[in-house]
Every structure is written in structure tokens, then in C-alpha cells.
Design a protein around this ligand. Structure first.
Ligand SMILES: C[S@@+](CC[C@H](N)C(=O)[O-])C[C@H]1O[C@@H](n2cnc3c(N)ncnc32)[C@H](O)[C@@H]1O
Length: 119
């Protein structure tokens, strides 16, 4: 686990699948969902995600969730490095990209589970 003081705002959090992944690598996580989610494992706000986000922006509390050097827009090189995407330098493609690590993890879990079912 990596020591990390960054906070993730987990909007539309549901039970916290994504939030748990961030927590596993050391992020502090706060969730927000419109439904009551008593099993959510981190600090939780029940409410409309976009209204909550607007409130955090208005009050300045959003700064808690700012990453890196203050939240400026990432450069092409920073996006390439962060996601391991070296085959394009098109800004729009990088901002739209799902990081390959996400799909690698999901694909591995799927293939592993299928082997267990068929074994
Ligand atoms: C697909 S689930 C999210 C899964 C979650 N990200 C995870 O990793 O486990 C979508 C969630 O969005 C919530 N939701 C729908 N509309 C919402 C809104 N306006 N504000 C907050 N949450 C909302 C639903 O209650 C549901 O829990």
C-alpha cells in the first residue's frame, strides 16, 4: 500500500466498489449517493451527487479533493505517463481514455473467474 494523503470524492458511490479500490492504495475516500447506503465503508453523504458537488465548490470544500499541484489541467505528457498510454498524443483522446489498468484488472478477474467455473 502506498502512503497517500489525497482524498477521493466518490460521487454516485453506491456500496463503494470503486471507492474501495482507491482506499486500497491509500486514498482517503468520501462517498455520496442519492440512496441510503448503510454498507458504504467510508464517510458518506446521502444526497444528489451534483447538488453536493455544487455545494462543495461553492463553499470551497472541494479543495480537499484537489490532487497534485493544485488541480491544474494535465498536460499530454502527464496524461500519457499516468495512464501508460504511449501510442497517442492526441489531447482529446487522452482525456476520453479509460486507463488500460482498469480494463486489465477487470479482464483478468473475468478470465480467472471463468476458469474457476469451468474447472
Ligand atoms: C452503478 S452505481 C455506482 C457504482 C459505484 N461507483 C461503485 O463503484 O460501486 C450508480 C449509483 O448512482 C446512484 N445515483 C443515481 N442518481 C444519483 C444522483 N442524482 N445522485 C447521487 N447518486 C445517484 C444510484 O443510487 C447508484 O447507487
Amino acid at each position: 500500500m502506498t502512503a497517500n494523503t489525497h482524498r477521493v470524492l466518490d460521487l454516485f458511490s453506491c456500496a463503494g466498489g470503486a471507492g474501495k479500490g482507491y482506499a486500497d492504495v491509500g486514498f482517503a475516500v468520501d462517498g455520496c449517493d442519492i440512496a441510503d447506503r448503510p454498507n458504504y465503508p467510508f464517510p458518506y453523504h446521502r444526497g444528489d451527487a451534483l447538488e453536493y458537488l455544487a455545494r462543495l465548490i461553492t463553499t470551497g470544500e472541494i479543495e480537499r479533493y484537489t490532487l497534485g499541484d493544485g488541480g491544474g489541467k494535465a498536460t499530454v505528457t502527464e496524461m500519457q505517463t499516468a495512464m501508460g498510454i504511449t501510442w497517442t498524443d492526441v489531447h482529446e483522446e487522452l482525456t476520453e481514455a479509460i486507463p488500460p489498468a482498469f480494463a486489465r484488472w477487470i479482464g483478468h478477474a473475468f478470465l480467472t473467474a471463468r476458469q474457476e467455473v469451468f474447472a
